[in-house]
Every structure is written in C-alpha cells, then in structure tokens.
Design a binder for this molecule. Sequence first.
Ligand code: FES
Length: 99
Amino acid sequence: METVAKVSEVPDFGKKVISVSGREILLVKVKGEIFAVENECPHQGSPMSAAVVKDGYIACPRHGFRFKLADGRCAEHPEFVLETFPVQLNEDDILIEIG
Ligand code: FES
C-alpha cells in the first residue's frame, strides 16, 4: 500500500483525482469514508471526476451508468465494472493498493 493523499484534501461528498504509477485514480469521500476508483468509465471512457455521487453509488456523467462505490459493480449493466482499489486510512493519510 502506498500513501497517495491526505483525508483532509478530499472534501466530504467530494472528489480528488490523483495520479499513481501512471494511472488516474479518483478518491471519493462519503461521510468520512474514502473510496478509490479508476477515473475512467468502463463503458466508453468518460472521466468519472465529473460523476455524481449518491447513496453509495457513482453515476457516470455521460450515459448515467451507476457503479457501486464499494465494488464498482453496475446492477443495470453487469458486464461493465468500474475498477476499485483497497483503501486504508492512517490518521490523515490515505493509502491505496494498486494491483
Ligand atoms: S461512458 Fe460512462 S456510462 Fe457511458
């Protein structure tokens, strides 16, 4: 796991794009919990940084596919899965595991 950002840098119900090992990762904070997902929709590649986050889901701004923040699954289109990354918090540090 590597430290990629600070919890305090991500606004609550907000997002922050980071670059790790040449990949763009989107950090999302919901009620103090941090999720890390790829910043590229698995459908047609739209950046997820403009997505709407609601009720544990992140909805792509382009065609509205909704992916579960916890595991990246899309109930309506199960063939598309948004990649997610394990997150650990160490005080204000966000650590993620890039596979
Ligand atoms: S590009 Fe994201 S739903 Fe189509």
